[in-house]
Design a protein around this ligand. Structure first.
Ligand code: PEP
Length: 248
């Protein structure tokens, strides 16, 4: 049995005051939810305030990125140790916006995952094809490359995969449940090649325009184990409805 994981990726949104406001409103809305692991990934600047207000709750904290060194002359970067220091449980690695705007390669992603594992952080490892790749019939090939290169030489420690078709991120175009399941079952098969039976325990999240009204049909697929949510995670009401997807 894989415990569903629903994670909010706030991207470059919310000041510290807005973070505090969100959490104050959100926690009562998800009070008592135990059958879903809930995670929020604010910007780096809001991590300490989020840690303070989430303390003792059923919501865990994630960062949106990490560097692979522990300390040193790397202006602007944040290390795995620093994320542990502000009580992060997870870190998102390899998001398509990092790949697209900051030229993150599979090799960079691999280094970051290794460093996060060494620091005992959970990892939300993002993969997914662009529209051009999908239209060229290259989806499975791209996923295979991202998995093989991103996880090269690494164990499955702390690993969660987020399948995020780039054409579905922030566009309002969600993959159909069938398209998501096709990709997720392929990802599971690739993980089995790498990790054998352990692959059955690895959660595979779907991301890309997840909303309160499409989450249930996505979660009904056998290999969809949760969601990484951007836009719809910015409001306590809509994010709590996604978390409570099992309720009518
Ligand atoms: C994301 O960026 O991880 C994401 C899924 O965004 P959205 O839900 O806004 O498509």
């Amino acid at each position: 049995m894989r415990l569903p994981l629903i994670a909010a990726n706030w991207k470059m949104n919310k000041t510290t005051a807005e973070t505090r406001e969100f959490i104050t409103e959100f926690l009562p809305l998800v009070d008592g939810v135990k059958d879903v692991e809930i995670v929020i990934a604010p910007a780096f600047t809001s991590l300490p305030v989020a840690a303070k207000f989430l303390k003792g709750s059923n919501v865990k904290l994630a960062a949106q990125d990490v560097f692979w060194e522990t300390e040193g002359a790397y202006t602007g970067e944040v290390s795995p140790l620093m994320l542990k220091d502000v009580e992060c449980t997870y870190v998102i690695i390899g998001h398509s916006e990092r790949r697209q705007y900051f030229n993150e390669t599979d090799e960079i992603v691999n280094r970051k995952i290794r460093a996060a594992q060494e620091a005992d952080l959970g990892i939300i490892f993002c993969i997914g094809e662009t529209l051009q790749e999908r239209e060229a019939g290259e989806t499975l090939q791209v996923l295979k490359r991202q998995i093989t290169e991103g996880l090269k030489g690494l164990s499955a420690q702390g690993l969660v995969i987020a399948y995020e078709p780039v054409w579905a991120i922030g566009t309002g175009k969600t993959a159909t449940p069938e398209q998501a399941e096709e990709a997720h079952s392929f990802i599971r098969k690739e993980l089995k090649t790498l990790y054998g039976n352990e692959a059955e325990q690895i959660r595979i999240l779907y991301g890309g325009s997840v909303k309160p009204d499409n989450i249930a049909s996505l979660m009904a697929q056998p290999n969809v184990d949760g969601a990484l949510v951007g836009g719809a995670s910015l409001k306590p009401d809509s994010f709590s409805k996604i978390v409570r997807f099992k309720e009518p």
